[in-house]
Design a protein around this ligand. Structure first.
Ligand SMILES: [Zn+2]
Length: 337
């Protein structure tokens, strides 16, 4: 066999060739690799770009929403403000109306006051309610007084008889006139002081005897008709003697007296300035009663002045006028002490 001897220069050649080959191959490989890398980079870049685009889209969506929200907030606030303004103007209007009404009310009040100051002399008459077959008993307490003579004249003028529950005083001499003119005289009390009259049962009967003596002396009449000071239902006596009215309402009857309360009051004792109206109001027989016993006071000027109208009213109703006697049946007040 032919053995070729490899020289040193050949060896160098081969090595150089081999290195060149390696260089070439590695260049090719690196180039391919590089290519691949570039592709990847491009791919990533395009992904990044689309990501950025998405981000900016989302950002603009967010901005749009933000703007919308602001707009909504603003319009909502505007709406609220408008509503508030509207409400305030309504409140203003209402306040103005209230002021106007208050002015009207106060002017009505003052005109009413000026008109109600006059008419006590000329009270208006309500429409009479037919009460035929029913009896009214006019009763006068706490007199005689300076007004009693004129009251007697008025009663005469209308041909009406009444009942007078008298007290002791400086017009005692009028008691005779009362009796002489055909009226009934009854006993009220000698001294109209609750703390003394109702101090005890004995005190009451002592007082009753004294006024009885005065009436007998003045008129010659021994009357058994009485009216308790404050009426049988009074509670003021409780301050001076507990249970005294429960005892007295029985014991006066046992002693032969007849006592009378009332079921209608002209209000003169309370200083009412519409006594006629008051009397008519309480004369409507609310419980189907056939008798009206009217409480009045002949020591009050208003009673004297209103009496004609009251009498005219009862006459217009077709009622009879009666005087209280021992046999008059009447339901007295409930006793509270
Ligand atoms: Zn009295």
């Amino acid at each position: 066999m032919d053995i070729k001897v490899i020289t040193k220069s050949d060896l160098i050649k081969y090595i150089a060739l081999a290195l060149a080959m390696i260089l070439l191959i590695s260049t090719v490989v690196l180039g391919v690799k590089n290519n691949n890398k570039n592709e990847e980079i491009e791919k990533l870049n395009s992904q990044l770009a689309s990501g950025e685009q998405l981000l900016s889209e989302k950002q603009s969506e967010k901005d749009a929403l933000e703007e919308e929200k602001n707009n909504l907030d603003k319009s909502y606030k505007d709406k609220l403000n408008n509503q508030k303004d509207e409400n305030e103007s309504i409140i203003d209007e209402l306040n103005k109306k209230i002021d106007e009404l208050n002015k009207k009310l106060s002017s009505k009040k003052s005109s009413k006051e000026t008109t109600t100051k006059k008419p006590t002399k000329e009270p208006t008459m309500p429409t009479p309610v037919s009460s035929i077959g029913k009896t009214v008993y006019l009763t006068f307490d706490d007199g005689p007084s300076q007004y009693t003579p004129e009251i007697l004249d008025i009663l005469d003028k209308y041909g009406v008889k009444a009942t007078f529950f008298v007290v002791n005083g400086k017009y005692n001499h009028v008691m005779k006139d009362i009796v002489d003119r055909g009226h009934q005289i009854g006993l009220h009390c000698y001294k109209h002081v609750y703390s003394e009259v109702y101090a005890s049962d004995e005190a009451y009967f002592k007082d009753l005897k004294k006024i009885s003596d005065v009436v007998k002396k003045q008129t010659g009449v021994e009357t058994k008709i009485i009216r308790f000071p404050g009426g049988g239902s009074n509670t003021i006596s409780k301050k001076y003697s507990k249970g005294i009215m429960t005892r007295l309402t029985k014991s006066v009857v046992e002693k032969g007296y007849s006592y009378f309360d009332w079921n209608c009051s002209n209000g003169d004792a309370d200083g009412a300035n519409t006594v006629v109206k008051q009397v008519i109001n309480c004369s409507q027989f609310p419980r189907g009663e056939k008798k009206i016993v009217v409480l009045m006071h002949d020591n009050k000027e208003i009673t004297m002045k209103s009496l004609p109208k009251i009498i005219e009213y009862y006459k217009a109703c077709g009622m009879e006028f009666g005087v209280l006697t021992e046999s008059t049946e009447f339901t007295n007040h409930r006793v509270f002490n």
